[in-house]
Design a protein around this ligand. Structure first.
Ligand code: GDP
Length: 444
């Protein structure tokens, strides 16, 4: 699926790595080519624009890591932004609800709904030890219910007995009843599709949703239809509450645009990929693995990751030394906040130090997400050099000035100063007891 995009991108980025220093213009030029490659892969225009913007911003402001070439750093940035665009973390099927958990699959005819129903059911049953019942609500297409029944027999998954002449909502109710009585963990509803979206289909799908209140409502969409798959998701989401997407025919030679745009345009996670006609051709969707597949430069990415890790370790060691000596000032704290942001929460020096449990708890409780960290950094950067070196000089009027300058409150400044003091005190104590000895070579 991603081959041609992958070829294009690696070609463009390869050129960058062969240079030593990079100018802003080099990066801009490469990004113009990346933009073109993404558009040709049928990625939505807004997604492309946003992506390129983010990469440029980061590439220009990037920290220099001695052991990697600037071009390699750009590859890592492109990789990370691809992961971000694809949804960052995998979002697996969620079964955390009262049994029987109802999962509804919706989509157009021929998208692979029935096949996917059986694929998921089999996997839930064999891998996750769930007892699964499948029911086809497709009363339109002749033999649709029969098709699911045959798949059930092949995969050893139970299907709801077929009763001729029932409408979809009646079947739904019967299926719910059967699932409850039969002690099933999961009930999978395979809904009818159409060749295109129409009001009747939407009304029917909404009625089934109402009758079954599914915990997961997955749209099955054909990845080969590219941008149409994304529009389809938007349309369906207006009618039922989609919880995720399954992209099928990833094994085909589509251009990859659907996978790349889906999350950003619809806000819905891709949960699974259909990778073939066989019943086990189903994969979890891992944004980082897909990003690697698209870039085809996994080794460069891990090389840069290692180098960055080393820099973080060096910085953390330096900060720990300062803490020990009691010279850990607000500039150092600001560095630490930056690292926490990069590491997505607690990290950097704190996680490397023993005896830190109490502070860690406080910091966790303070819920240090990016917005909090950004505010704290804003506070620190609104201080004078003297105040940063020695926060004790911060009297009421100085605090007021800093609050005004950083768009925060005196209360927030007090909190930050207190946190810094506690960290520094604790460090000094731990240092005196020699608690850091093992980590940073004795002394203290
Ligand atoms: P439905 O009408 O949405 O229920 O679609 P079906 O489940 O009947 O699938 C239509 C066709 O697509 C069948 O021939 C399936 O074998 C095929 N199919 C489904 N998923 C995939 C996939 O991930 N890759 C490929 N290559 N074929 C698939």
């Amino acid at each position: 699926m991603f081959e041609s995009l992958s070829d294009r991108l690696s070609g463009i980025l390869d050129k960058l790595t062969r240079r030593g220093a990079l100018t802003e213009q080099d990066v801009s030029e490469a990004m113009r080519e990346v933009r073109r490659a993404l558009l040709e892969a049928d990625v939505a225009l807004d997604v492309v624009k946003d992506f390129v913007e983010r990469v440029k911003e980061k590439a220009v402001g990037q920290e220099v890591v001695k052991s990697v070439a600037p071009g390699q750093m750009v590859i890592k940035i492109v990789h990370d932004e691809l992961v971000e665009t694809l949804g960052r973390e995998p979002e697996p099927i969620d079964l955390a609800a009262a049994v029987p958990v109802v999962m509804m699959l919706v989509g157009l005819q021929g998208s692979g709904k029935t096949t996917t129903t059986a694929k998921i059911a089999r996997r839930l049953q064999t891998r996750d030890k769930q007892k699964v019942l499948m029911a086809s609500l497709d009363t339109r297409r002749p033999a649709a219910q029969e098709q699911l029944k045959i798949l059930g027999e092949q995969t050893d998954v139970a299907t709801l007995p077929i009763v001729e002449g029932e409408d979809p909502v009646t079947i739904t109710k019967r299926a719910m009843d059967a699932a409850r009585r039969g002690g099933y963990d999961v009930l999978m509803l395979d809904t009818a599709g159409r060749t295109h979206i129409d009001e009747e289909l939407m009304a029917e799908t909404a009625a089934i949703e109402k009758a079954s209140t599914p915990h997961e409502t997955l749209l099955v969409a054909d990845a080969l239809t590219g941008q149409d798959a994304v529009n389809l998701a938007q349309n369906f989401d207006e009618c039922v509450k989609l919880t995720g997407i399954v992209l099928t025919r990833i094994d085909g030679d589509g251009r990859g645009g659907a996978a790349l745009s889906m999350r950003a345009v619809t806000g819905k996670p891709i949960k699974l990929l259909g990778t073939g006609e066989k019943i086990d051709a189903l994969e979890d969707f891992h944004p980082d693995r897909i990003a690697n597949r698209i870039l085809g430069m996994g080794d460069v990415v891990s090389l840069v990751e290692k180098a960055i890790e080393n820099v973080e370790v060096e910085k953390a060691e330096a900060a720990a030394k300062k803490m020990r000596k009691g010279t850990f000032d607000l500039d150092d704290l600001s560095d630490q906040l930056e690292q926490m942001k990069k590491l997505g929460g607690m990290g950097g020096v704190l996680s490397m130090l023993p005896g830190i449990g109490k502070i860690k708890k406080q910091i966790d409780a303070a819920n240090l997400d990016d917005s909090v960290l950004n505010r704290q950094q804003a506070i620190i950067s609104s201080m004078t050099k003297k105040e940063r070196k020695n926060p004790k000089v911060l009297n009421a009027s100085r605090k007021k000035r800093v609050a005004a300058g950083s768009g925060t409150s005196v209360q927030e400044i007090n909190k930050l100063v207190k946190m810094h003091r506690q960290m520094a005190d604790m460090m000094k104590k731990v240092g005196k007891r020699g608690g850091l000895g093992g980590l940073f070579g004795g002394g203290g």
